[in-house]
Design a protein around this ligand. Structure first.
Ligand SMILES: C=C(O[C@H]1C=CC=C(C(=O)O)[C@@H]1O)C(=O)O
Length: 358
């Protein structure tokens, strides 16, 4: 692992693109080090590499191609068991201006829902904190250890920026003809147990995601089925989760971008109806989400041998520039949302990143 970290440090100092990541629950660290600083914008999925896609698909996704990169992988030291992660602690100071602005945004969202234009909208904000730790890989190691069930990554391109995250949400996994995704929504703090009750608001907001995903996929994925809804632990938070699976054949691979397009952005990060929610977000949020609530991960569709993909929604993430880390957080708004509680949920979500920074 030390060798891989040395190579990544050198790559970063040389201002060359790289990504280093670990899939949920695995103990293998993988990295791709691009040999030049070309910005590869993706036109199709008929390729192999690591995709980094923005929320707004009007901007193109970026690929670190396997073809132009050195790739390494190594075993990780034994991971901290998820049970050992601290429960959520209330230890935060509040920025009153951000709070007022977010509450105003949520109130606007609720109005739009009450007027019938939207059913659900996911509203977010960006919070800046000092980033004084100049050892990037130290922060990345903390993410790996604290969030063993998350997809943990550090991604860099000199023409785009530096991003880190630990996301609990899978967008799409395909392997040997099988397809898997999830509907993840609804949040409460983890306090010592996952045996918790969920309110109607959370159940409804998560059901909207499940229904949307099942409906969208029914025409493109074979034998689609879904699990019971259950509680999923993500660091110091809990979410409601439903697993959705089906079959995908090699002939469907050329249609892969359609599958992505019907799903992304799901109502877990955007809203319903999708187009109205997206317009509302782009107009009202007042900042650029960039790659937050986009997606990222491996695709391997260039050869006939090992066609597979592992893509995750970019949540619980931050971008870093100079001495500032920008932490991105949001939450699903429905007719039953209480603005003050929605604000508190975003504050709790910032802790996923703050836990490794402060
Ligand atoms: C939009 C985010 O979370 C989504 C995923 C899980 C739970 C969510 C919620 O309870 O609102 C969100 O839909 C975020 O973490 O910024």
């Amino acid at each position: 692992m030390k060798d891989v970290f040395t190579k990544i440090n050198k790559q970063y100092q040389d201002k060359l693109p790289f990504v280093v990541y670990r899939k949920p629950g695995e103990d293998i660290l993988k990295c791709l080090l691009q040999k030049n600083d070309v910005l590869h914008q993706m036109d199709s999925y008929d390729t192999s590499g690591f995709v980094f896609a923005p929320f707004d698909n009007k901007s193109k996704s970026i690929l670190i191609p396997v073809k132009n990169s050195e790739h390494y992988q190594c075993a990780l030291a034994k991971l901290v068991a998820p049970e050992n992660i601290d429960s959520f602690r209330e230890n935060r100071t509040v920025n009153d201006l951000s709070k007022q602005e977010h509450i105003k945004l949520v109130n606007n969202g609720i109005q739009e829902i009450k007027s019938g234009i939207l059913k659900k909208v996911v509203l977010s904000r960006k919070e800046e904190v000092d980033f004084t730790n100049n050892n990037l890989l130290d922060v990345f190691s903390k993410l790996l250890n604290k969030y063993p069930n998350a997809f943990v990554y550090c991604w860099y391109h000199p023409k785009v920026g530096l991003w880190l995250g630990a996301t609990p949400e899978t967008l799409v996994e395909t392997k040997e003809g099988s397809f898997h995704t999830m509907a993840l929504a609804g949040t409460q703090p983890y306090i010592d147990t996952i045996d918790v009750q969920w309110g109607d608001k959370e159940k409804e907001e998560q059901a909207m995601v499940t229904d949307f995903v099942l409906k969208q996929l029914s025409s493109v994925i074979k034998n689609i089925s879904s699990s019971e809804r259950y509680t999923h632990k993500a660091g110091t938070l809990l979410h409601l989760r439903t697993d959705i699976q089906g079959g995908i054949s090699n002939e469907m691979i050329p249609q892969f971008h359609n599958i992505i397009n019907v799903l992304h952005p799901t109502p877990a990060v955007c809203g319903l109806p999708k187009d109205n929610a997206k317009s509302f977000i782009l107009k009202e949020e007042g900042y650029d989400r960039k790659y937050y609530t986009g997606f990222l991960g491996e695709i391997s569709f260039a050869s006939n041998e090992e066609m597979q993909s592992n893509l995750y929604v970019n949540l619980r993430c931050m971008s870093i520039s100079e001495n500032k880390a920008s932490i991105y957080v949001g939450g699903g708004i429905t007719k039953d949302s209480i603005p003050e509680l929605e604000w508190e949920e975003t504050v709790r979500k910032t802790e996923t990143m703050k836990n490794v920074l402060l």
